[in-house]
Design a protein. Structure first.
Length: 559
């Protein structure tokens, strides 16, 4: 499945994923390659023959087509090289953002597609590193093949703005000319429940091979607001017509009329202060790795809803757009963040780091801009925000985000206790805290001490304050009257005290529990991670509830 709704009626699009491709590992240590069929999307770690394979592998299949084509891969973990009929047409780093290749004037015939995937670690990979989550291997999200005409719609962004009590939709659309001659035409922009509402037409003039951008501002008196309780979605369609009026391409997306603002210590959604009750969630499952089927995504959302959550944090990377489609439809607020977890100043000095972070930010915002469920962009979870060099990285990434999207606040989750020097940069100050787990300070004392320091000693004073992680470990099925750490009893008691302290503190705009479900971690993290898993889930990796489930449900629903 590509999306939960149809993105094209004119442009021909088909899914190349959703079946078995030829697969072979490409070992470089002399071991015998594994050659077989593999399902796409999928992770090779879910196949017993390649359960621990780390390195390069090749996926391949044929398809029939021709003319101008656009091939989009929604996620390849973690580095891809794409070949068409033996010629490289694309390469991409990072498992969590989509990328595409456009190839023109293909002969109408069978073509051979190869994707060489690499999930190995090394200096070439500054973000996928040995970490407290698994970097899987595979074509882990969907693959789409599209047929284009002489020109096509490259982008369609909608920014909802309320002026004098009336909603407006500010639209930006990109169009690209694939020919070696100037082209003229018309771009028809339509808004509405099924694109049957307001229409605006703009003339298009495109020099050979160029891309141009067009804007429109449409007043929508009929608009119903999107909010968590009533997540009303609308479609926006860009219909591209040639000079003779014939429709040659189209792109449809969905959006919602909602505005997010920061006002003093509050985060406002359509003018109403948010109180976040959420979970951090890794894209991880024992049967699917990070290639979670959309049905299982919805199952996770149902459990989070049952627990009383109103938000999910995509820790620590951009999520599958199918998951974001579900959040849009069900009103689950999303903190989406670029890909980074716990990188030291030394890690951040990797020569590839800044480019790989900024590529991820660009691709995340370009692809996910219209999702109303995303209310905030996050970056660089627990990286070196206590150092001058780290600060330079945070500053450049925040300015990039703001240049791409001025409609959402941005933040980062810090773990630098009373040493962070970056709180002047984000719109929202966010902290990951673990009283009663990594230290035994009473949660209310720890929270008050930290908040007081932020207000008195940093430029984060007066900004909204979020707890973006809190929790404790509990191994599913480990019960003991001793209630020692790693028991389900200890986890439940710790969360009771942590959440009581946080949710009853009016200075705090909300909390994300670390974490929704147990997840796989890299082999080298086995020391502090029993089962080589991060066991702080409220449910285990099979989504079986622990004792803390009812504790969280009671507290999330009480506040
Ligand atoms: C950090 C980190 C999480 C996870 C957590 C833990 O806050 O952001 O990814 O590693 O600690 O389980 O200790």
């Amino acid at each position: 499945m590509l999306r939960l709704f149809q993105t094209h009626q004119i442009r021909k699009q088909r899914e190349l994923s959703g079946g078995l491709w030829d697969f072979a590992t490409l070992p470089e240590d002399g071991t015998k390659p594994v050659a077989k069929k593999a399902f796409v999307p999928g992770c090779w770690e879910c196949d017993p023959d390649t359960v621990s394979y780390r390195g390069r592998a090749r996926y391949e299949r044929d398809f029939f087509g021709g003319g101008n084509i656009r091939l989009e891969l929604k996620g390849v973990s973690h580095t891809a090289e794409v070949y068409l009929d033996g010629e490289k047409i694309a390469s991409h780093y990072n498992a969590y953002t989509p990328f595409a290749a456009v190839v023109t004037n293909l002969p109408e015939q069978n073509h051979h597609l190869q994707v060489v995937v690499d999930n190995s670690f090394g200096e070439q990979s500054a973000l996928h590193v040995e970490n407290d989550y698994q970097s899987y291997g595979g074509i882990t999200r969907s693959v789409a093949l599209e047929e284009l005409g002489d020109m096509y719609v490259t982008r369609l962004h909608v920014t909802p703005v309320k002026r004098a009590g009336v909603w407006h939709a500010k639209i930006e659309a990109g169009v690209r000319n694939l020919t070696d001659r100037k082209l003229r035409g018309e771009l028809r922009l339509c808004l509405g429940k099924q694109g049957d509402g307001e229409r605006v037409s703009v003339p298009v003039t495109l020099p050979a091979g160029e891309e141009a951008f067009y804007t429109a501002d449409i007043c929508c008196r009929w608009a119903q607001e999107w909010n968590p309780e009533s997540p009303v979605l609308y479609t926006v369609t860009a219909l591209l017509c040639a000079e003779d009026g014939k429709a040659v391409d189209d792109l449809t997306d969905r959006f919602g009329f909602r505005q997010v603002q920061v006002e003093g210590r509050r985060i406002l959604l359509n003018g109403k202060a948010l109180k976040i009750r959420g979970f951090c969630r890794h894209e991880d499952h024992p049967q699917f790795g990070c290639a979670i089927p959309v049905e299982a995504m919805q199952q996770d959302l149902l459990l989070m809803r049952d627990l009383g959550a109103n938000s999910v944090r995509t820790s620590h990377y951009p999520n599958d757009e199918l998951f974001l489609d579900l959040c849009d439809e069900t009103g689950m607020l999303v903190w989406e963040e670029n890909h980074a977890r716990g990188l030291s100043e030394k890690d951040m000095c990797n020569p590839n780091f800044e480019r790989q972070c900024e590529d991820c930010i660009r691709e995340m915002i370009l692809a996910h801009y219209n999702h109303p469920s995303i209310y905030i962009w996050g970056i660089l979870n627990e990286c070196a925000s206590h150092t001058e060099y780290g600060r330079e990285c945070y500053a450049s990434q925040f300015s990039l985000i703001r240049s791409l999207d001025a409609s959402r606040p941005c933040s980062f989750a810090s773990c630098q206790f009373k040493t962070d020097i970056c709180f002047d940069l984000p719109d929202v100050v966010s902290y990951n805290i673990y009283p009663l787990w990594y230290h035994n300070t009473p949660p209310a004392d720890y929270l008050a001490d930290l908040y007081d320091w932020v207000q008195k000693e940093t430029k984060g004073a007066g900004k909204p304050f979020l707890i973006t992680e809190v929790g404790a470990g509990g191994i599913y099925g480990y019960r003991t009257p001793a209630k020692v750490k790693w028991s389900e009893e200890y986890q439940a008691e710790a969360l009771e005290k942590q959440l009581q302290a946080i949710l009853s503190d009016d200075n705090v705009s909300g909390v994300y529990i670390w974490q929704f479900c147990d997840c796989r971690v890299c082999d080298s993290w086995f020391g502090g991670r029993p089962r080589t898993m991060n066991n702080k889930g409220i449910v285990d990796e099979y989504r079986r509830p622990k004792l803390s489930y009812e504790v969280v449900k009671k507290l999330f629903k009480a506040f």
